[in-house]
Design a protein around this ligand. Structure first.
Ligand SMILES: *[C@@H]1O[C@H](CO)[C@@H](O)[C@H](O)[C@H]1NC(C)=O
Length: 218
């Protein structure tokens, strides 16, 4: 009996362990693997440059103090620091973004297919939220102020809105060197080629002319 309980615990821990590993990038098998974007090798990530040639500049990025330009239709700008901008992040399962928001600007509903996101507000106040998966689709949201931190679990649709009269700034860490982003509106209404309007009309339970109108914006 005791042995069976130990075995069950072992299986449970094994399963949880596997789940945690699967929720972020694969763990590295060496100190680092600085991305070599010129390599023709196809790997899960980016090929490594010879570690002997790695330099401090491979592990650093400058300019995140510079506000992003929020003069656009949504009033926000994401400045990413992923493996493309910081080659030393390759295989390490982590990255960063700076997000700037004009007053009432939004970072529209989107998901990250490969990362959980933890966000800290540096300036201003943000309404943030995410929606749980089916069947509940529960909307979990909160207004954050300077110094507040919020986590968006991997894969879930989430957004932020500046609810103050001044600019807002946030920094977010993501559990992937390349989190990816799927903006809901752009992917559904702005795909190339377009999804047929009768498909979207039935999905959204509206007239096709409304779909044409939305598709025209992307
Ligand atoms: C910000 O973006 C807008 C729209 O693209 C552009 O007109 C403006 O010059 C940009 N401002 C700066 C400071 O780059």
């Amino acid at each position: 009996m005791a042995n069976e309980i130990i075995m069950l615990c072992f299986l449970a821990f094994t399963f949880i362990g596997c789940y945690l590993v699967a929720a972020s990038d694969p763990k590295p098998l060496q100190d680092f693997c600085v991305a070599d974007p010129t390599s023709s090798g196809i790997v899960n990530g980016v090929s490594c440059k010879d570690p002997l040639f790695a330099q401090a500049s491979d592990f650093s990025f400058s300019g995140l103090h510079i506000p992003g330009n929020t003069s656009n239709s949504v009033g926000s700008k994401v400045t990413p620091v992923g493996v493309t901008q910081l080659p030393g992040l390759n295989t390490l399962g982590i990255s960063l973004v700076r997000i700037d928001y004009a007053p009432w600007g939004i970072n529209p509903p989107h998901t990250h297919p490969r990362a959980t996101e933890v966000l800290i507000v540096l300036e201003g106040s943000l309404l943030v939220g995410f929606v749980t998966s089916n069947p509940d689709n529960r909307f979990i949201s909160k207004v954050l102020y300077k110094g507040d931190v919020f986590v968006f679990p991997i894969g879930l649709v989430h957004f932020q809105q500046n609810v103050g009269k001044v600019n807002a700034v946030a920094i977010a860490g993501l559990s992937s060197q390349n989190p990816g982003v799927i903006p809901i509106a752009n992917t559904v209404f702005g795909s190339n080629p377009s999804i047929a309007n009768d498909v979207l009309a039935k999905a959204f339970q509206v007239d096709k002319t409304i779909i044409d109108q939305i598709q025209g914006k992307f």
